[in-house]
Design a protein around this ligand. Sequence first.
Ligand code: FES
Ligand code: FES
Length: 165
Amino acid sequence: MTTLPIESQKTAQIRFTLNGEETDVFFASYKTLLEVLREDLGHTGTKHGCELGECGACAVLLDGKAVLSCLVLALECGGKQVLTVEKLHPLQDAFADLGAAQCGYCTPAILVTAKALLDQNPHPSRDQIREAISGNLCRCTGYLQIFEAVEAAVLKIAEQKNSGV
Ligand code: FES
Ligand code: FES
C-alpha cells in the first residue's frame, strides 16, 4: 500500500466563517472539524480528548449551537459559521478571575458551550447552567467555580450593555 504525502491528501475544500472571518481550507476529506481546526488551521484552542463524543473537550459553536467537533465531518461545515475559544468573550475574564480554569483542558469547550447558553438565555439560573454544561467533563474544579464564573459573566455583560460598551 502506498502512503500519500500529507499535502496530496488534501483533496477537499470548504469555505466557511471561522470566528467572524471568511476562511478557505483544504484538507483530507475524512477529517473531522476538530482535526481541520487544529491541524490545518492551527486553531489549537479547541481541545482533543476522547474523540468518541464523551468528554466534551472539543466543543465549538456551529451556527450558534454547541457541537462536539470530533463528531462533525469538516466537509459538512461549508458555508457555516464556526466559533471557537479563540474568539474572546467576557466569559474568559470571569473564568480567569474566579479560578474556573485550573488545568484548563476542559475550559475551551466549556467557554463556547456557556457562550451558546448566554446567547440563547442571557440570564440563566444555576440549574440551567448546570444542564447546559452537563456534557462537559471537568476533573479539576468540582464545577462550583464554573457556575460562579458563568454567573459573573452574566453580570459583566449586563454592565457592558448598560454602559454602551
Ligand atoms: S474529543 Fe471528547 S467529545 Fe470530542
Ligand atoms: S479545569 Fe482541568 S479538567 Fe476542567
